[in-house]
Design a protein around this ligand. Sequence first.
Ligand code: FAD
Length: 358
Amino acid sequence: MNKIAVVGAGISGLSMANYLEKHNIDYHIYERRKKEDLAGHGFLIPQEGIEYLTQIIDRSLLFAHGSFLKKYIQYSHTGKKLAEKDLSNVFAISRHALIQLLSEKICPEKITYNATVIPCETEKGKLKNADGTDIEADITIVSDGSKSRIRRSLFKDEKMRQVRENEVVNIITDKEIASSIENDFMKFHHDQGGLTFGILKLSHDTILWYSQFDNEKYKINECTADHLKNYMLDVFADWCPLVSSIIKKSSYKNVHLWCVYELENLNPFYKNNTVFIGDAAHPLIPFTSQGVTSALKDSYTLTKYLVEETDITAAFYKYESERKPEIETHIHNGRILLNQFLLPTDQQTDNILPISYK
Ligand SMILES: Cc1cc2nc3c(=O)[nH]c(=O)nc-3n(C[C@H](O)[C@H](O)[C@H](O)COP(=O)(O)OP(=O)(O)OC[C@H]3O[C@@H](n4cnc5c(N)ncnc54)[C@H](O)[C@@H]3O)c2cc1C
């Protein structure tokens, strides 16, 4: 039996562990954060992602931890309705809740928290714990996120670049706002482009709001909660009353600034006995809303081929051949959505949904 090490317990590492559990395949996860440290934003998950999630999480348990969105409504920054679309089974859930649900079936002996894995300087492809001990594994599944240190050590020529968009994301508890937005996903757009504000409900009393900035026009120099609060108050002061009142009323204790990066070109998804899944294989910009679904599909597909193939390289090859073309489509769609976002609203096309479909 191959010994499997999984690096990272985000959505991709944990979903991989759940699929391996389903097939009674043993593994061990190494995760840098502390167990209780679950900070993060939330996700929009299209129907396809829900289908993969419900193979590993009980359907009713999952649905009790998030909410289905019914309509996507696009407004101008002054509050004029521009367009509306029905959403078919798009689910919203906080990262915190999803990570907890995915962790439930993993027994404590199979995961080590507070364990940063680093590439070995002297032996290419070998991994170590930060304390210098070796990670012994026949297969290493790397799911350490978009800035993967392990990927960068194996593919030294890769080029990462900052995307022309930053996001300020916040999760707040406020029953009044939550009931006022019902199950609509509302997104407000500055007429001149390059600035949006989106709101959606995660549960009866919790909402997620986020703001997308063209970072060439809007410079955010500090990411402390106080600075982000003042910046938001300033930039959105003259937007329609719903937006400016939410920005004023919000607590900023969970606020976070994301700088988004992408790979100029994808690397191979594997090298020797190391295979990459989720953002570590393919960072996807937030406009696609496909990061979680892609991570789930990676885990499902890799597990399928590890079960079917006796040869590891054959399994990795089939995994990459199946997953890469779809990822390339999402990268392409993400760049189109980014370009749309930068344009004034009267030059944007009809495809308004902030989701990439293959
Ligand atoms: C602003 C924003 C909004 C987004 N919105 C959506 C959305 O609406 N829908 C959607 O589907 N996707 C969305 N995404 C994308 C989504 O967040 C990611 O695709 C998804 O979380 C990827 O999960 P992952 O497990 O691959 O990586 P991560 O979530 O980054 O997890 C990596 C894990 O590895 C650990 N780690 C890192 N380095 C090491 C190391 N050296 N040793 C051990 N452990 C390590 C980290 O602590 C972390 O737990 C969004 C992303 C951003 C930035």
